[in-house]
Design a protein around this ligand. Structure first.
Ligand code: ARG
Length: 294
């Protein structure tokens, strides 16, 4: 039996929408009923945690911090592979305070044996974690988004630090500002993606590496519902409420979709994938050795 996937989540007690750093964020809508939204966020979080556990994940839930509401999106905190953690550098001052709290958390997890190294991207090299740098287990490489939050240079930092191939993809739409809202590699090799989010060169790079029958195009509606921001474990795909058509398209490919009502978090521009951070990802043995050889 392979070991269970391990994921970091952040308790939503301090979640709110109090500023706007992406076009989805609606502080006005939140302010109309903060207690109602907060209660709904707790319910959504519990439903997400239950769906992830049912799909086979083991969860590490860390506390949030007052005044840092977007800590509920730990995917943005780091890139993690082969027991090594590369901590993010957030572009917006509103989120920069998260870096220290996540570093403390990763060091605590290192003491518990989860990792053997915690480093950070160089100063001023903006990079927003696994939200913009997604491991493709089937192809044994990272895909890195840049041009909105993360910089192009960050892709080279990832390649050097982890000793892995990285394909950099330019993101051109402020609405699809992290790679994880428009690009989702699945375990069987398919990639669910939203083409309008990418530059022509990025689309060419995707089509160079991925066979046409493995590409699943998300519709405008799928992208707006944050369905591309999905967590895949084996044949399960956990995502925000989806259209029956998307559920059927994934079922044809052998995936079972578990839908969770994540509307409170979509008010901040995030959903299932970015509310999690995989801690246990391993590359092939060869990749790990390359890294060890430095
Ligand atoms: N409000 C957060 C931000 O704009 C949402 C982050 C969602 N994360 C993600 N990886 N898509 O930074």
């Amino acid at each position: 039996m392979p070991s269970k996937p391990v994921m970091l989540l952040t308790d939503p007690a301090h979640f709110e929408v109090s500023y706007t750093i992406n076009p989805w964020m609606a502080p006005g809508a939140w302010a109309a009923d903060p207690a109602g939204h907060r209660a709904a966020a707790r319910r959504s979080f519990r439903a997400l945690a239950a769906a992830l556990r049912a799909a086979g994940a083991r969860l590490e839930v860390m506390p949030g911090v007052a005044g840092l509401p977007d800590m509920v999106f730990p995917a943005n905190a780091a890139v993690v592979l082969d027991g090594a953690v590369l901590v993010a550098r957030f572009r917006h001052p509103e989120r920069q305070g998260e870096e220290q709290h996540f570093k403390d958390q990763f060091r605590a997890l290192m003491r518990r044996g989860f990792f053997d190294e915690v480093a950070q991207f160089p100063a001023r090299c903006f990079q927003e974690g696994a939200g913009d740098c997604i491991w493709d287990a089937r192809r044994g490489r990272f895909w890195a988004g840049y041009g909105q939050r993360s910089t192009r240079q960050a892709a080279d930092e990832v390649a050097a630090f982890f000793g892995q191939e990285v394909t950099a993809l330019e993101l051109v739409s402020p609405r699809f500002y992290h790679l994880d809202v428009c690009f989702c590699p699945l375990g069987g090799g398919e990639i669910l993606y939203y083409p309008p989010a990418f530059s022509p060169a990025a689309l060419a790079a995707i089509r160079d590496s991925v066979a046409p029958h493995e590409l699943i195009e998300a519709t405008d509606e799928d992208a707006q519902r944050f369905n591309v921001n999905a967590v895949n474990i084996d044949d399960r795909v956990v995502m925000a409420s989806a259209s029956p058509r998307l559920v059927a398209r994934l079922a044809e490919r052998g995936y079972r979709v578990d839908e969770v009502d994540l509307r409170p978090f979509i008010l901040s521009g995030g959903a299932a994938y970015c509310m999690t951070l995989r801690l246990d990802r391993r590359s092939s043995a060869a990749g790990a050795l390359r890294r060890a050889a430095g």
